[in-house]
Design a protein around this ligand. Structure first.
Ligand code: COA
Length: 270
């Protein structure tokens, strides 16, 4: 498949995707969104057939991604509400398609990841950032909203950081991004590729089916509400309480002795 605003390269079983609109800092408009969505579908198929086991997402030039194209968004004032909804839904589906890829996606962030660019980082499983990179959910600075990226960003940074960063729109450092879980490794710019390749090597030594199952497990468990999981968590603890091991542990505590499995007396400081 050939693209106008993306470039792709297959390196063994590693798919390398590059956003390629450096003149506007890889901002995405409706065309980029359509291409990214098509690319994600192709990458999904290649992953399913076992041809692709890891994906690296990068941005051409000095910036990873400046988010949604402001020129395009300004134009949407002339769209009908229906057209605006169609566009926003397409953008949401693009993020969801990347988020759900069944192989690990590594983001390589240099320069900046702002607005939807931070959203793109959020749908990567692993993000490696250059120490000087800037991040920001900057939408409110433009009078708009980090809406379609919010489920992905919240899943990474949680409600507390989102309350600060969504509301202020403030830019923040790679170190802060790491602290809140948006980024996993911060390295000097010259070491970005080596750090990305280190993650790729780790991934290639793990079982591909196990990785896919682990990736699917996370969203299956995490978004469930307490009410949703109460039956499951209550059943789990109830069965431990009545198990031989659980009974032994509880009794041992009450009797101030070490449990049978510890092999030594609690009071013996061996
Ligand atoms: N949409 C459209 N164009 C954008 C853009 C965006 N999101 N971000 C940058 N550009 C354009 C600039 O208008 C400029 O165009 P010009 O050369 O015609 O003047 C060009 O990209 C380079 O931008 P510049 O600001 O000079 O580059 P920089 O390397 O100094 O800084 C950024 C890069 C990303 C830090 C800076 O461009 C920026 O803050 N962009 C806004 C990001 C943002 O708030 N995105 C949220 C959108 S919801």
């Amino acid at each position: 498949m050939s693209y106008t605003f993306l470039s792709t390269r297959r390196d063994g079983s590693v798919e390398r995707l590059m956003l390629n609109r450096p003149d506007v800092r890889n901002a995405f408009n409706e065309h980029v969104i359509a291409e990214l969505t098509a690319w994600a579908a192709a990458a999904r198929a290649a992953a399913a057939s076992g041809d692709v086991r890891a994906i690296v997402v990068a941005g051409a030039g000095k910036t990873f991604c400046a988010g949604a194209d402001v020129t395009w968004m300004a134009k949407t004032v002339r769209y009908t509400e229906e057209e605006n909804l169609r566009d926003a839904t397409a953008m949401s589906r693009m993020f969801a398609a990347i988020d759900a890829l069944p192989v690990p996606v590594i983001g390589r962030v240099q320069g900046a990841a702002l607005g939807g660019g931070a959203g793109l980082a959020a749908v990567c499983d692993i993000v490696v950032a250059d120490a000087d990179a800037l991040f920001g959910f900057t939408e409110t600075k433009l009078g708009i909203l980090p809406a379609v990226i919010s489920p992905f960003a919240l899943a990474k940074i949680g409600r507390s950081a989102a309350r600060e960063l969504f509301l202020t729109g403030a830019r923040f450092s790679a170190a802060r991004a790491k602290e809140i879980g948006l980024v996993h490794a911060v390295v000097p710019a010259a070491e970005l590729d080596a750090a990305v390749d280190g993650y790729v090597r780790e991934i290639l030594t793990a079982g591909p089916e196990a990785i896919a199952a682990a990736k699917a497990l996370i969203p299956a468990v995490w978004p469930r509400t307490v009410d949703d999981v109460t039956a499951m968590t209550a059943a789990a603890i109830a069965s431990r309480r009545v198990s031989a091991e659980g009974q032994e542990g509880l009794r041992a505590f009450l009797e101030k002795r070490a449990p049978a499995w510890s092999g030594r007396d609690k009071d013996t400081k061996a």
